[in-house]
Design a binder for this molecule. Sequence first.
Ligand code: MLC
Ligand code: AMP
Length: 507
Amino acid sequence: MTNSLYDSLFACHKGNEASFLQLDDGQVVSYDVFLKRASQIAHVLQNSGVSPGDRIVVQAPKLADTIALYAAAVQAGAVYLPLNTAYTMAELEYFISDAQPALIVCDSNDKVELEQLAVRSGAKLLTLGGENPSLSHEADVQPCVFETVDRAPEDLAALLYTSGTTGRSKGAMLSHRNLLSNAQTLVDLWGFTNADCLIHALPIFHTHGLFVAMNTSLLAGSKVRFMEKFDIGVILEELPHSTLLMGVPTFYSRLLADEGFTKEVTGNMRLFISGSAPLLAETHAAFETRTGHRILERYGMTETNMNTSNPYSGERRAGTVGMALPGTEVIVTNPETGEPLPQGEVGMIEVRGPNVFKGYWQMPEKTAEELRENEFFITGDLGQYSEDGYLSIVGRSKDLIITGGYNVYPKEIEDILNDISGILESAVFGVPDKDFGEAIIATLVAEPGAQLDMEEIAGTVKDRLSRFKHPRAYGLVSGLPRNTMGKVQKNVLREQYTQKELTMGAP
Ligand code: MLC
Ligand code: AMP
């Protein structure tokens, strides 16, 4: 047995002096130096008691060492579990108790807060970034060579949590084969080579920034301009020296809003890729008018990696997510019967292929609900094929808001609101937002005679949930619109609140 993910992404770069990561301070880490660092970190993992198959929870800043930790986890046969740096302690507690990691790696600045949690879960705690990062210090004195742990293609490489309609997040189990097959397909399709330089301004705790962006670059040996965060000024400086950009639609609408973003600065660029949320057709058109480039939109999910992509060479059609990736089947089915629908009809998008995950961590019932016996995964996205085979996402059957590329399930917020004394019920939904695509709104119904203090309510939500999940406005209503089945009609609320200027108490 070997470890084909490690061999294909990392080991192949042994002795490769070419640039891998270029950091904000100008420092450049070569592939060879990176590999040695990852091996040092793999020793730390082993010395910390991490065995093959153990989970490593990582809530750490975007650093070269964080990517090296990912590589080290693959090399040591561990399961990498990255978490959004915005998560609150209440959110973290759930992930840690569910995943039962052997090791937690956090920002040095969060060490005190996380210590108790680590003790309670029986996990070791190490730190990255900030002052006195223990993982980095321990790695400094380790050998630069580590004997790679054998892993089979079906072994788990990562566990990525994705929230769900029930309000409880589910850990998507991703195998070595899932990650490697998808990276290979994307490198071929998008023509990645070692002459490319990718602007990386995404977070590295999601599929997009970690797998789509990093695994493809690693596989091709490309250079990565590794930015701590999305910053228009820095991106404008880097565009003339780069060839690729991957981003969520907010990246592109923000670039277009900047006068410094011109055809000239994009002259060296080969490809702009968008995903994680719908790219408006007008953004697509405005982008082409300004730069001459047509953005390539693709469609993916945490559970499936990438599913479809517009063609690299053929027509990149605005408002569509292109065709199924080679080796992946993407069908549209009748949501009631699961039967495939004729071309042109709107139905449930289902996906099958080597990219599709192995199920939800310790949730066999949830897995069975969404992953059919014939291995098609039911995405919850509604789609429609054009006559010439382009897929459009026309809606979602899941009650989901996507804000700036982050997924938020209303149920998680509604559960917190409904528990607050004085609130009879609530409905949370998204309305169109110029910057983030969708913005979160919460409408509340008070119990008879209760006076609601909106600031206090917003404060309770703030304590419990990450910033990106906070409603941008709260509204008080006398009742929620319901259909004859008693189901809250969020589409009605969405329409009402899209039309009227929001005058409610700000969060
Ligand atoms: C930041 N804020 C957000 C937000 N991002 N609020 C809602 N939604 C978001 N996405 C908050 C900030 O905390 C801040 O709060 C306020 O909004 C203004 O922030 P900002 O400075 O304007 O935001 P910025 O830091 O620039 O971040 C915006 C962003 C970022 C778009 C760069 O959200 C981002 O990197 N998004 C990418 C998400 C991603 O990678 N998704 C991929 C998922 S994988 P305050 O209180 O300070 O005002 C997936 C599968 C697939 O979906 O297909 O790819
Ligand atoms: P996540 O669970 O965070 O991986 O988000 C996956 C969801 O993002 C998908 O189910 C879609 O609803 C959405 N998504 C991803 N890419 C696109 C896209 N190009 N257009 C529209 N929605 C998208």
